[in-house]
Design a protein. Structure first.
Length: 319
């Protein structure tokens, strides 16, 4: 299992490499108190690597006495991130990609830099072919920044949203919402409250967002989150994948429930909580997949694949 403390320290180093925040700002960014962030920084500062006959301290950080003083990265000669197994590396890159399209622009830039370092390290270690290209982002920085600002400060938004009418003609609709959260993944959704009722909107159809002065309550946020969680159509299910031995990398890199072999095939059982994630996994497995159970999930994914194939790379519109 990946060490979240190490991952957080990598992210802190990446941020300090291009920013000079105050201790308070850095703590707020990583959802820590100034005292907790000081402890994180001290742990970076005292990192020592025993070498032949002497001790090397590869990271030097200037830590201010008060919370409003600047934190400065003086030296970082580690060159590489702390060691990760291939499974941890793939998991971390997948998590970065899952968040890439829904965070604010500054966070996205930091994630991109972290991803580049992880990818470079994987290539140097001979694992470059195990990773995949970074995802493209269809949401503008202006819209993602506005949504994240509104969610953090619990302020209402006015949003212009593209919809298809009965004759499939595209038109836009202006709505006033309380933005609650954004789901991650390839088909990200904005979860919101409209007149105190749960509504979801496809993020790739949001054309414009204006943050308003009016605020909404913490109680409304908690209520909408609970309603959205309760109506989730796919809360987790065990899936069985029968595949050729070429799919052994799945067993070696993912936290599966069970592996058996039958008639020369791998029988992989794992619990999944996202159809989109399962679909992506099956696409990566390619021709090594022989069968998927239960049958209704296999048919659902096949139906989605046929829909995407018929729509083409540009959907129903023109490129």
């Amino acid at each position: 299992m990946a060490d979240l403390s190490l991952s957080r320290k990598i992210a802190i180093l990446s941020h300090l490499d291009s920013h000079t925040p105050t201790l308070r700002q850095l703590a707020r960014r990583f959802e820590k108190t100034p005292a907790q962030m000081r402890k994180e920084l001290l742990e970076l500062f005292v990192l020592e690597i025993p070498l032949a006959g002497y001790v090397d301290t590869p990271i030097d950080v200037s830590i201010p006495d008060d919370a409003d003083g600047e934190v400065r990265l003086i030296a970082n000669t580690t060159a590489v991130s702390p060691s990760l197994t291939l499974a941890e590396l793939i998991t971390l890159v997948a998590l970065i990609d899952d968040l890439f399209g829904v965070v604010d622009s500054e966070t996205r830039a930091n994630l991109a830099r972290l991803r580049e370092r992880l990818t470079a390290g994987a290539k140097e270690a001979g694992y470059g072919s195990a990773l995949w290209p970074a995802p493209s982002v269809n949401l503008s920085n202006r819209i993602s920044d506005a949504l994240n600002e509104a969610m953090k400060s619990r302020r209402l938004i006015r949003m212009r949203y593209l919809k298809a009418g009965e004759d499939l003609h595209v038109f836009d609709e202006d709505v006033t919402l309380a933005p609650i959260t954004i789901t991650t993944g390839a088909r990200a959704l904005l979860v919101a409250a409209k007149a105190d009722q749960l509504r979801t909107y496809r993020l790739d159809r949001v054309a414009e967002v204006t943050v308003l002065d009016q605020t909404f309550s913490k109680a409304l946020e908690e209520d909408i989150r609970a309603r959205f969680s309760a109506q989730s159509p796919f809360a987790g299910q065990q899936v069985t994948i029968r595949a050729t031995p070429a799919a052994r990398w799945v067993v070696e890199t993912l936290p599966i429930d069970e592996l058996t072999e039958s008639d020369g095939l791998l029988v992989i059982r794992l619990t999944v909580s996202s159809i989109a994630w399962l679909r992506t996994l099956l696409i990566r497995m390619g021709e090594s997949v022989v069968a998927v159970e239960p049958a209704h999930l296999a048919e659902l994914i096949s139906s989605q694949a046929r829909t995407y194939k018929e729509a083409g790379p540009c959907g129903s519109g023109s490129c």
